[in-house]
Design a protein around this ligand. Structure first.
Ligand SMILES: *[C@@H]1O[C@H](CO)[C@@H](O)[C@H](O)[C@H]1NC(C)=O
Ligand SMILES: *[C@@H]1O[C@H](CO)[C@@H](O)[C@H](O)[C@H]1NC(C)=O
Ligand SMILES: *[C@@H]1O[C@H](CO)[C@@H](O)[C@H](O)[C@H]1NC(C)=O
Ligand SMILES: *[C@@H]1O[C@H](CO)[C@@H](O)[C@H](O)[C@H]1NC(C)=O
Ligand SMILES: *[C@@H]1O[C@H](CO)[C@@H](O)[C@H](O)[C@H]1NC(C)=O
Ligand SMILES: *[C@@H]1O[C@H](CO)[C@@H](O)[C@H](O)[C@H]1NC(C)=O
Ligand SMILES: *[C@@H]1O[C@H](CO)[C@@H](O)[C@H](O)[C@H]1NC(C)=O
Ligand SMILES: *[C@@H]1O[C@H](CO)[C@@H](O)[C@H](O)[C@H]1NC(C)=O
Length: 304
């Protein structure tokens, strides 16, 4: 109950809807939040504990399944952090993403005790309160591809069935991975959809499906008629596109122990300089997907 109360407090921030058109390379953050729940000073234990915790995530080569959850420090200096890579990401990509998020988030939020950052490949959040095992479906944001589908009614029905099935599969995952991908095609217009859902694996089956169900319920508001869309929250996210955007090979559970070779970072996609509407290019296998995205953030109370 105390936890529920603190969540509510955090979510009762002023109504704030922000529209941004993305102009990012794949390795740029999608979005970040510096929470207003409290600050630390540079000389505090909190700061050194945070740095220790984040560098332990980045340097951890034993975890090869992309989920990091730990705490560091005591009393007022105690920091809790969670980091999660997208389920199809290779361990070296994952580690690179977490290293980047740690560096970037501590720059963007230099003295906030609680902060969040989301990338295509991973997310990172930390707080002075306990966050492990707690379902947080807000604050959330969404993104959609500006292109429309032709048969929106059938597309939406098929998408819902697909996402519901994937939610069930992901929720049944274990404490290392709650992740599922799948695809469908509409009968009339033969439009394809590829979808991915994921929860942080510290959640129970019920928490995971609860989080994803809330996110999926936002589709009529975020992504109706759209060829692609995502809703992203601290505990879960989904994404769908008309082209495959996930790595099918890596989607199968990685061999354990995974090879820990450090590969050079992938070439960075170039972002347009001053785009009214820019493209994000992602190279998956041989297919190059170009999508235009609109990012809408919605910090409302999270219940759809
Ligand atoms: C987190 O920090 C804030 C501000 O310093 C404080 O009010 C709150 O009680 C702290 N929460 C916990 C769980 O320590
Ligand atoms: C925390 O720091 C930010 C600037 O970094 C400032 O705007 C905010 O007022 C501070 N909050 C508190 C509670 O001191
Ligand atoms: C705290 O440290 C950051 C860099 O780590 C620096 O940018 C900032 O100015 C420092 N703040 C104060 C109040 O010294
Ligand atoms: C998360 O990390 C905390 C602190 O190390 C630990 O107590 C807790 O058991 C972990 N929870 C999960 C679900 O892994
Ligand atoms: C991390 O940042 C470097 C330099 O900005 C970039 O080249 C690399 O692609 C990033 N890694 C990930 C996984 O985004
Ligand atoms: C998609 O449909 C909406 C109206 O439903 C329209 O305003 C918009 O311009 C269309 N987008 C594209 C890229 O055709
Ligand atoms: C979804 O699940 C239902 C019931 O388990 C099954 O009949 C259906 O084929 C599945 N659909 C997809 C798209 O996976
Ligand atoms: C599409 O889904 C089918 C099963 O429903 C699967 O066999 C196939 O590999 C999937 N293709 C892609 C590209 O995900």
């Amino acid at each position: 109950m105390a936890m529920a109360a603190s969540r509510l407090l955090f979510l009762f921030c002023p109504i704030f809807i922000n529209l941004l058109v993305l102009s990012i390379a794949q390795s740029d953050p999608l979005y970040h939040i510096c929470s207003e729940t409290g600050n630390f000073t540079n000389s505090s234990d909190y700061k050194s504990n945070l740095n220790n915790l984040l560098s332990s995530f980045s340097s951890n080569t034993k975890i090869d399944y992309g989920f990091y959850n730990d705490s560091y420090g005591q009393n007022n200096g105690k920091v809790n952090a969670i980091s999660l890579c997208r389920g199809d990401k290779k361990p070296e990509t994952c580690r690179s993403c977490i290293t980047n998020s740690s560096r970037v988030l501590t720059q963007l939020c230099p003295n906030q005790k609680e902060a969040y950052i989301w990338y295509d490949d991973c997310m990172l959040r930390y707080s002075n309160r306990s966050i492990a095992g707690i379902m947080e479906s807000g604050p959330y944001f969404w993104m959609y591809n500006v292109n429309n589908v032709t048969d929106e009614k059938e597309f939406y029905e098929k998408l819902n069935v697909l996402l519901d099935n994937l939610t069930n599969l992901a929720a049944l995952g274990d404490s290392r991975r709650k992740f599922a991908t799948g695809n469908e095609t509409t009968e009339n217009s033969q439009e394809k959809m590829y979808a991915l859902v994921q929860c942080t694996p510290d959640l129970t089956e019920q928490q995971c499906s609860g989080c994803l169900n809330q996110a999926i319920k936002l589709i009529p508001r975020c992504c109706y008629k759209k060829q692609g869309g995502r809703v992203i929250s601290p505990s879960c996210h989904f994404r769908y596109e008309k082209d495959p955007f996930y790595d099918l090979v890596a989607t199968t559970p990685p061999p354990s122990p995974a090879p820990l070779s450090v590969l050079p970072p992938p070439p960075q996609a170039t972002a347009d300089a001053v785009p009214p509407r820019a493209s994000t290019a992602a190279k998956i296998g041989t297919a190059v997907i170009i999508t235009e995205y609109v990012l809408l953030t919605n910090m409302l109370k999270h219940r759809p």
